[in-house]
Ligand binder design. Sequence first.
Ligand SMILES: [Zn+2]
Length: 263
Amino acid sequence: MPELPDVEKFRLYLQSTALHQQIRTTSIVDAAVLKGIGESHFSESLRGRTFEKAHRHGKFCFLRQDDQRFVFLHFGMTGFVKYYTKEMTAPEHIRLSFEFTNDYTLAYNCQRKFGQVGITNDIEGFIDSEELGPDALDGEFGEDEFIQRLQGRRGMLKTALMNQQVIAGIGNIYSDEILFQQRLHPKISLGQLKKTTLQRIYTTMREVLTKAIHAEADPAKMAPSMLTHHRYGDGKCPSCKADIEKIEVAGRRSCYCPSCQDN
Ligand SMILES: [Zn+2]
């Protein structure tokens, strides 16, 4: 499932491909991905427009149009974007695409239909209406606010890290990575954590996400000290070489090292 580092990769991709080209038509293959707007209204409001800038908040990408409105994209479980010409292979599972006057197409693809696309007038208002927490890498989201948001909550740390209303951007993979880097069990509850531990978790969260972005969200390019590198690789803990195990936490399949994360 695309998390903050994956969506940041999509943002950079959109930023370097699909901007400043006039949209000739919009094809909606599957109207089920549209959220809060009908098929014809969506197409009409995009015709003749250009995208001027790509933004991101948590797991959402926003394409700013030249009329200052935004197309928002959420990638669900399997979504991604591709910019291509007729000579190139079109991706499978296109749900919606924008055809530009330069004969390029920007396709929004989603194999499993959990993605969302729509239009919003402003990003701040969208964040409020979706009740999203601060972006995990936002420069203004500091340690104090992180601690405020987590302290006093019930339940597990992992659940809170993955809750988009608490912090936006983290899902199953990177919450596992943060827990591993702090040698905390995936089922550890927030009540067990001291303030100093929460401070360390904040720093680790920022480091893990930044490193993952630098590795273009590709586990193979991540440092060998990262669990994510090994969960998609040899399946061994990078510290003690024990087999990485899986347990069900908050309805997700969490990976961890039973010997390093045994607290
Ligand atoms: Zn280990």
